[in-house]
Design a protein around this ligand. Structure first.
Ligand code: ACO
Length: 428
């Protein structure tokens, strides 16, 4: 293949370099497009064809259903690693040695305490506030208590901000849950590991000894590994673009949490369970809901189906589906939602509408069933996703800063009014 792409406009030819990635993906570098063509830009709504950066973190091939972090297959990591080790890999590029891992884990634990004044902020939220809104606000508020994390001038500053956020973020997530439940705000217990700590912070109450269940801890660990990074999706692009203004890690991640909240993105895991419950309440007629999803006059979409980049099985959905079977069996739970989900998937995968549009189950289709089996309420599902995605957001922000990427600032094609004269209010 040629190493240049040619664009012809009004008989004039412009050449642009072709750049290849390490997995032979091909891109056209249009950096010089506007200056060489006297102002012409590309238009790509939803960025379906636009690469916003070069990245060495995650490789994803949506046509073949491949997902790798730093070159390791997601299946390999989910089977053999743990959440914090994968976080180190994603953020710093290599699997840690034993010594590196211990330091990383201890540095995070040392940062798990929150300033008591944070409680003034959280106590202002109503009990019915959505935990994603609380998490986003509290993450942003962290900057007020750690202003030094904004002005990052060395890798050491960066590391300090990273371990601070990894230490404090799950505590904030658990506090948001406590506000909803009306229970006391728990702190981390540094004798526990990262995932076990999340469980105890979410569920411990003062009147009862909290008994850790190793099956639930392992299931959550695996589930969160699958969520750690997913290249330039909506929330990650948000983190990078906010971070590109040098707003600081906490403010950037707070914006990422808000982006993840939407039901077309991370909010889909809550929407899936609500949809499965709705189908169950309605009598379990799966075919009726498939018809609704296909009807262009009906706003209903099959939640947990379809993906911007996977035009094949989402590899994470495959793994999560088998975990769902395993976890429910281990915990002795029979969940009618799992039966409905399996039936929906079976019907949709044979239906011409879904087949022709390459709509397959995505990561959110089965994850809610596992969260529910672990005792996590549906409004917390997206918060769990955010805890899982935190290392990815951090890694992408760090890469963007280390590569000295310019501030993100897309162009637009203006289609509004031409110049007109102001008319005073009495003449309108
Ligand atoms: N149910 C019914 N039809 C669907 C669905 C669905 N879940 N998803 C896509 N389609 C249809 C669209 O109506 C469209 O049909 P058309 O060509 O006849 O107009 C076609 O498939 C292409 O869909 P787009 O919306 O253009 O695809 P896009 O890449 O923009 O959207 C998205 C991807 C947002 C994930 C979409 O598939 C969707 O809304 N899915 C349900 C929500 C969901 O599960 N989101 C989680 C994604 S994973 C994540 O973010 C962690």
């Amino acid at each position: 293949m040629s190493d240049k792409a040619t664009l012809e406009i009004d008989g004039k030819k412009f050449e642009f370099p072709i750049i290849r990635g390490t997995e032979n993906e091909v891109s056209i570098d249009i950096k010089s497009l506007r200056s060489s063509t006297n102002g012409i830009i590309t238009l790509d709504s939803g960025f379906k064809n636009t690469g916003s950066c070069k990245s060495a973190i995650t490789f994803l091939n949506g046509e073949e259903g491949i997902l790798r972090y730093r070159g390791y297959a997601i299946e390999d990591l989910a089977e053999n690693s743990n959440f914090l080790e994968v976080a180190f890999l994603i953020i710093f590029g290599e699997l840690p040695t034993k010594k590196q891992f211990e330091k990383f884990e201890n540095d995070i634990k040392a940062e798990s305490l929150l300033n008591e004044e944070m409680k003034n902020i959280i106590s202002g939220f109503p009990k019915v506030a959505h935990p994603m809104g609380m998490l986003s606000s509290l993450t942003s508020a962290l900057t007020a208590f750690n202003p030094i994390t904004v002005d990052i001038s060395s890798e050491k500053d960066m590391y300090n901000a990273i371990v601070k956020l990894l230490g404090k973020f799950p505590v904030l997530a658990a506090w948001a849950h406590s506000i909803n439940r009306g229970t006391p705000l728990n702190y981390a217990d540094n004798s526990l590991d990262y995932i076990a700590n999340i469980m105890q912070m979410l569920f411990k109450i003062p009147t009862k000894k909290y008994i850790m269940n190793s099956i639930t801890v392992e299931a959550l660990d695996k589930l969160l590994i699958l969520h750690e990074d997913h290249e330039q999706n909506c929330s990650t692009s948000t983190v990078r673009i906010v971070g590109s203004s040098e707003a600081g890690l906490f403010a950037s991640v707070s914006a990422g949490v808000s982006a993840l909240w939407g039901r077309l993105h991370g909010g889909a895991n809550q929407a899936v369970i609500e949809m499965l419950e709705q189908i169950e309440k309605d009598g379990g007629d799966v075919e009726k809901f498939i018809l609704k999803a296909k009807d262009k006059n009906d706003p209903f979409r099959l939640m947990g189906f379809g993906h911007r980049v996977y035009k094949n099985f989402d590899p994470r959905a495959r793994i999560i589906k088998s975990y769902a079977d395993e976890v429910l069996k281990d915990l002795n739970i029979e969940d009618p939602a799992l039966k409905i989900a399996r039936h929906l998937e079976e019907v949709a995968l044979k239906d011409e509408y879904f087949v022709s549009r390459k709509l397959y189950p995505n990561v959110d289709f089965y994850s809610g069933i596992i969260y529910r089996a672990l005792g996590i309420p549906s409004e917390m599902f997206t918060v769990m996703f955010a805890i899982g995605r935190l290392p990815g957001w951090i890694a992408q922000w760090r890469e963007m800063r280390l590569n000295h990427e310019p501030i993100g600032r897309p162009r637009q094609l203006y289609v509004g009014e031409n110049l007109r004269k102001y008319t005073s209010i009495k003449n309108r």
